[in-house]
Ligand binder design. Structure first.
Ligand code: SAM
Length: 237
């Protein structure tokens, strides 16, 4: 489920070639003015957390991720920041000491896709239905009552190929499945394939997502934040 081992060594160069806008993501997070502590679920190589730790040097920050090679890059990147702690965990079995005032995922365990005027739908890196319940159940235990959960918004996925900053060719291919879709990620140097990774995603309609998340106390608050990058949920029970 959601294993990024194959991509780990190339993740940063793909993402920082324009895939995500990290400065803008962190603008949205700091707009929520977290003071006490923040948790990122699916922090990957720590690109968001590095920017967040630079901008909020006193804020205690925790990042968790399933994929050891992603996390080891994050560990090196975030070593200079004593406020950041990282641990290798699957969200479905999450155990941390603290409850957090703000938790978020941008492209991490869960995110929303918004396609034009259509209703948002939830995309999960966890293909199994019961495991998604376990994930939200465990996450809920680590967010304070009244705390906030932000899940990132992305545009619809489509097949494409592009040259990234190191000259390699990144491509992705989407295949619909009964439970959502499968996404294939490829990286090529000339004709030589240097990376391929396949992730099976489960999707939920907005109504299904609200029901699933509502079971664990997450209530939908608002459509979009200042930068239109996150949907906001509040932990109400
Ligand atoms: C697309 S990356 C996003 C990384 C980071 N948020 C960023 O913006 O660069 C998705 C990450 O979610 C992690 N992930 C997927 N399923 C997970 C799970 N069940 N528990 C914890 N992390 C998970 C993967 O290991 C991967 O590092």
């Amino acid at each position: 489920m959601g294993d990024y081992t194959n991509m780990a060594g190339y993740y940063d160069v793909i993402m920082t070639s324009g895939y995500y806008d990290y400065a803008k993501i962190v603008d949205s997070l700091v707009a929520h003015q977290p003071q006490r502590n923040v948790l990122e679920i699916g922090c990957g190589t720590g690109l968001i957390l590095e920017e967040l730790a630079k901008r909020q040097p006193k804020l205690p920050i925790t990042g968790i991720d399933l994929t050891a090679p992603m996390l080891s890059i994050a560990q090196k990147r975030l070593a200079p920041f004593s406020t950041v702690s990282l641990s290798q965990q699957n969200i479905t079995e999450l155990v941390l000491d603290d409850k957090h005032e703000l938790a978020f995922s941008y492209g991490g365990v869960w995110y929303f896709v918004i396609d034009g005027d259509k209703e948002p739908f939830l995309v999960s890196h966890i293909a199994d239905e019961q495991a998604n319940h376990l994930g939200f159940e465990h996450l809920a235990k680590h967010i304070a009552l009244g705390g906030t959960l932000l899940l990132g918004i992305q545009g619809p996925h489509h097949d494409y190929e592009t040259v990234i900053s190191n000259g390699m060719k990144y491509s992705q291919k989407i295949d619909p499945t009964d439970i959502g879709f499968t996404k294939h990620y490829y990286l090529k140097e000339g004709d030589h394939k240097v990376m391929d990774q396949t992730v099976h995603y489960r999707t939920y309609t907005f109504a299904q997502a609200q029901e699933l998340m509502g079971t664990y106390g997450f209530e939908y608050v608002s459509a979009k934040d200042v930068n239109q990058l996150f949907l906001q949920f509040k932990k109400v029970k």
